[in-house]
Design a protein around this ligand. Structure first.
Ligand SMILES: CC(C)(COP(=O)(O)OP(=O)(O)OC[C@H]1O[C@@H](n2cnc3c(N)ncnc32)[C@H](O)[C@@H]1OP(=O)(O)O)[C@@H](O)C(=O)NCCC(=O)NCCS
Length: 141
C-alpha cells in the first residue's frame, strides 16, 4: 500500500513492515483489528482492515472505541473491479451490526472516489506537525 501511495522511501517502508506486523498481530488476535482479504480465482486480490481504536465518550456516544478503516489495498492487476468497494461495504456492515455510530478513515488520493461513493464525507479534522515550524503561522506582534 505504501509503495502505491508513494512519498515514502523503500527503506522506510521495508522497516515499517516488521513494525506494523508487531502492532497488528496481537490486535488481530484480540479482535481489536479485523482484516478482510478478497480473493479472485483463489488469488488474494485486495485487503482492508478496521481498527476499533480507543476514543473518549461524547454526548450521545457512549462508546469508547471508534472504528477506523485502514490498510486498504488492491493488487494492481485487480484494480477497477470493485474489490475495494466490496471490502469497504463489508467493513461498514461489520461496524453497523455492532451498533457503532460512525466509522472514519484517512483517504489517499486513489481511495477518495471509492469512499465518497460509499457515503463517506470530508470532516474538519486538523493537524499540526511538531517537527517543523508551521508554514505561514501568521504570528502578529
Ligand atoms: C484505492 C484502491 C484500494 C482502490 O481499489 P480498487 O479495488 O481498484 O477499487 P474499486 O474497483 O472498488 O474502485 C475503483 C475506483 O478507485 C479509484 N481509483 C483507482 N485508481 C485511481 C487512481 N490512480 N487515481 C484516482 N482514483 C483511482 C477510482 O475512483 C475507481 O473508480 P472508477 O473505476 O469508477 O474510476 C487501489 O487503487 C489501491 O490499492 N491503491 C493504492 C493504495 C491506496 O491508495 N489505498 C487506499 C488507502 S486509503
Amino acid at each position: 500500500m505504501w509503495y502505491s501511495i508513494g512519498g515514502r522511501s523503500r527503506t522506510s517502508v521495508q522497516r515499517h513492515r516488521a513494525v506494523y506486523r508487531r502492532w497488528a498481530a496481537p490486535r488481530i488476535r484480540s479482535g481489536e483489528l479485523v482484516a478482510y482479504i478478497a480473493e479472485i480465482d483463489g488469488q488474494p486480490a485486495g485487503s482492508g482492515c478496521v481498527w476499533f481504536q480507543p476514543a473518549q465518550p461524547r454526548p450521545g456516544m457512549a462508546e469508547i472505541r471508534t472504528p477506523y478503516i485502514l490498510s486498504m489495498y488492491t493488487a494492481p492487476e485487480f484494480r477497477g473491479l470493485g474489490v475495494a468497494t466490496k471490502i469497504v461495504r463489508r467493513l461498514v456492515a461489520f461496524c453497523r451490526v455492532r451498533r457503532y455510530a460512525r466509522v472514519t478513515l484517512h483517504a489517499s488520493p486513489q481511495g477518495r472516489a471509492v469512499y465518497r461513493r460509499l457515503g463517506f464525507e470530508r470532516t474538519w479534522e486538523m493537524r499540526r506537525s511538531l517537527r517543523d515550524p508551521p508554514a505561514a503561522a501568521g504570528r502578529k506582534s
